[in-house]
Design a protein around this ligand. Structure first.
Ligand SMILES: [Zn+2]
Ligand SMILES: [Zn+2]
Length: 131
């Protein structure tokens, strides 16, 4: 692994949802700032329904056309110290977005370039993770 996200890098100092601009901004303790477009955030939903589980594809894997309501973000709450849980206008709220996940998917140009330069992280996993 070349990227190590821990400590201040995944500790949010300020979380701000700007509804008119349709952006969620997170300022991290290491000084980095991430701005997520609401619809980009919806595409990042990590819940089992959107992402699938046990090898089954999720709803987002079917490349759906998201409606206005599905990318309209109503509310966000903190889940412990590790995640946020957004509530979408269509009622969907089962996604717990861990700060690590959010920071890893930071949409800023520098992080996009970093992800593009990295080979798929799955390839680096050791072959026997489970006993
Ligand atoms: Zn979801
Ligand atoms: Zn970034």
């Amino acid at each position: 692994m070349t990227t190590d996200l821990r400590g201040d890098a995944i500790k949010p100092q300020n979380i701000h949802a700007d509804r008119p601009a349709r952006e969620l901004t997170i300022e991290w303790a290491d000084g980095h700032k991430s701005v997520y477009d609401f619809s980009a955030l919806r595409w990042l939903c990590p819940c089992a329904y959107c992402r699938g589980e046990a090898g089954q594809p999720g709803w987002l894997d079917s490349d759906p056309n998201l409606t206005e309501e599905q990318v309209e973000f109503k509310d966000i709450s903190l889940v412990g110290h590790y995640a946020v849980q957004p509530v979408w206008a269509d009622g969907h709220s089962s996604g717990f977005y861990s700060f690590e996940h959010l920071r890893k998917e930071c949409p800023c140009p520098a992080d996009q370039a970093r992800r593009a330069a990295q080979p798929s992280p799955q390839v680096e996993l050791p072959p026997h993770q489970h006993e």
